[in-house]
Ligand binder design. Structure first.
Ligand code: PEP
Length: 252
């Protein structure tokens, strides 16, 4: 059985007080929910990470980072290292989000380095990838996704892969209100699992959690999560409201 995961990417939202309130609200709302082995993850902005880690202690909520630099330390103004994350109790980092790729020039090559640095430091990685609208319109979406995975991840061995969670996020569905249909999500997730199967074999590919991200809401979560190769979601906008995020968590 693969681990089910619902992760909230809070991006550049919420000041300290709002972060505290959101964690408090979530702790309360999921306390009454039977989650079993489902993981609940939130990714606050860097300045609020430490406070969030402390507040989420002794709860089901795992606090993760939205990004990390690939170097150990040094003259990289404004950046955060793996060591710094570990030092405040972070165990997982999101890498490759489309906003990092689009606005901050993160290439497959840079992401490969980041993945390697994270794994060398025993950080688990939520690796995001997905095609642009023009890729889908030109029927290139499978090729694009295959390239993203091959360039940044497929040098890893089976053991490393155990510390990777995949998040397929079609860029045209992120923050746009437009969601991939459950069938489109399943089709791509099954394709991704077939690539993993070819590269790593069935046992390993069956163990990798593949999340879907892109305008998941309380109204569509259940249907998307019901698909056999969708193991949960990476949620942006709807993870900023306790009620909406809780409803999505309950949909898994
Ligand atoms: C995201 O940014 O990872 C995301 C999926 O955002 P949204 O849910 O707002 O589309």
């Amino acid at each position: 059985m693969r681990t089910k995961i619902v992760a909230g990417n809070w991006k550049m939202n919420n000041n300290l007080d709002e972060t505290k309130k959101l964690i408090k609200g979530l702790k309360k709302s999921i306390k009454k929910t039977s989650l079993g082995k489902t993981r609940v993850i939130v990714a606050p902005t860097f300045v609020n990470l430490y406070s969030a880690v402390k507040r989420a202690k002794k709860s089901k909520i795992e606090v993760v980072a939205q990004n990390m630099h690939q170097a150990k330390n040094g003259a990289f103004t404004g950046e955060i290292s793996a060591d710094m994350l570990l030092d405040i109790g972070i165990k997982t980092v999101i890498l490759g989000h489309s906003e990092r790729r689009t606005y901050f020039g993160e290439t497959d090559e840079i992401l490969k380095n980041k993945v390697d640095t994270a794994l060398e430091n025993n950080l688990e990685v939520i690796f995001c990838f997905g095609e642009l609208l023009e890729d889908r319109k030109s029927d290139n979406h499978f090729k694009v996704v295959e390239n993203q995975l091959k360039k940044a991840l497929f040098h890893l061995n089976k053991k490393d892969l155990k510390n990777i969670i995949l998040a397929y996020e079609p860029v045209w569905a992120i923050g746009t209100g437009e969601t991939a249909s459950p069938e489109q999500a399943q089709e791509m997730h099954a394709f991704i699992r077939s690539l993993l199967n070819e590269q790593y074999g069935e046992k390993t590919s069956n163990g990798v959690s593949i999340l879907y991200g892109g305008s998941v809401k309380p109204t569509n979560a259940k249907e998307i999560f019901s698909k056999p190769d969708v193991d949960g979601g990476l949620i942006g906008g709807a993870s900023l409201k306790v009620d909406d995020f809780t409803a999505i968590i309950k949909s898994i």
